[in-house]
Design a protein around this ligand. Structure first.
Ligand code: GLU
Length: 280
């Protein structure tokens, strides 16, 4: 079917990176070498004429490191304070790195309310369109500084799928410490097989998403599969791949067999608002 071939022609690409991909595991501090590679890859996608949106986690992880917390922030107020510090730092670094390659990063922070409220959703959609028209690279995160449990997306996997649907992107790439989908947890079952392409995301596959990822971010496989349901139903292809080496981005877009590809399964009756109301 040449499903990977078609990835070359994608026009509007969302890339989501997990906190664990951009921080050093030993210290929790930002991995600047990796960030430089990430930004260079994204700028090159722009230079190919594609619209690019980055959904970047890391606000809390970076803030936590700056403040000198050795533990994960426990309560909402601690998380919000860490995010306020970390988000500003992250953006400062993104602005600097993108501008080195002649591109402009733009911060977009959202809560679940932004999407549930019809007017706010329309405003957000207009802002994305305008930014893309201007050639900017929106850098999106949940607005952790104000988001509490009632208005949280919960994790950036789902946020990135929702942004994919909102801006009608044709591809979503999730990069984290998970290489892709296996038939079982490869750390526990040596017979677990890697799944290269998923044409139909059925209930059996959804059950394979058990077990979670790392200590740093929030998303495990289950949240990635929920994101895949939304993104593919909205008409986008989605790839889950390891964010160990961000050079993987041009390989994915070139159509190389890396990670797991979830093929778009556009649904005529797809309404973003239904997903948000289901909380899933
Ligand atoms: N919004 C959180 C942060 O930037 C991350 C959430 C996630 O990784 O899913 O720290």
């Amino acid at each position: 079917m040449g499903s990977r071939e078609g990835l070359k022609d994608k026009k509007r690409i969302i890339v989501k990176i997990g906190s664990s991909c951009i921080t050093h595991s030993e210290t929790g501090a930002l991995n600047l070498t990796k960030l430089e590679i990430l930004v260079r890859e994204l700028c090159d996608l722009k230079n190919m004429g594609k619209d690019v949106i980055l959904v970047s986690s890391g606000a809390i992880a970076v803030g936590r490191q700056t403040i000198g917390f050795h533990h994960r922030p426990k309560n909402v107020a601690e998380k919000q304070a860490c995010a306020a510090i970390g988000q500003a730092q992250l953006m400062m670094i993104y602005q600097k790195l993108f501008s080195e390659y002649g591109h402009q990063a733009a911060q977009v922070l959202m809560t679940k309310n932004t999407m549930v409220d019809n007017l706010s959703r329309k405003n957000a959609s207009n802002t994305f369109e305008e930014l893309l028209l201007l050639g900017a690279i929106p850098v999106v995160n949940e607005n952790d500084t104000v988001a509490t449990y009632e208005i949280q997306f919960g994790d950036n996997d789902m946020l990135s799928a929702i942004v994919t649907a909102l801006v009608d992107a044709d591809m979503l790439i999730l990069l984290s410490d998970i290489e892709g989908l296996y038939t079982d947890d490869p750390r526990e079952n040596p017979d677990a097989r890697f799944i290269d392409t998923v044409a139909q995301l059925d209930d059996e596959l959804m059950r394979m998403g058990k077990g979670s990822g790392s200590d740093v971010g929030t998303g495990g496989m289950a949240t990635k599969l929920s994101a895949a349901k939304v993104a593919t139903a909205a008409g986008a292809d989605m790839v889950i791949a390891s964010g160990e080496d961000f050079h993987v981005l041009h390989r994915i877009v070139r159509g190389d067999k890396v990670g797991t590809l979830f093929q778009a399964q556009p649904q005529e009756e797809f309404h973003l608002i239904d997903i948000l109301e289901d909380g899933d």
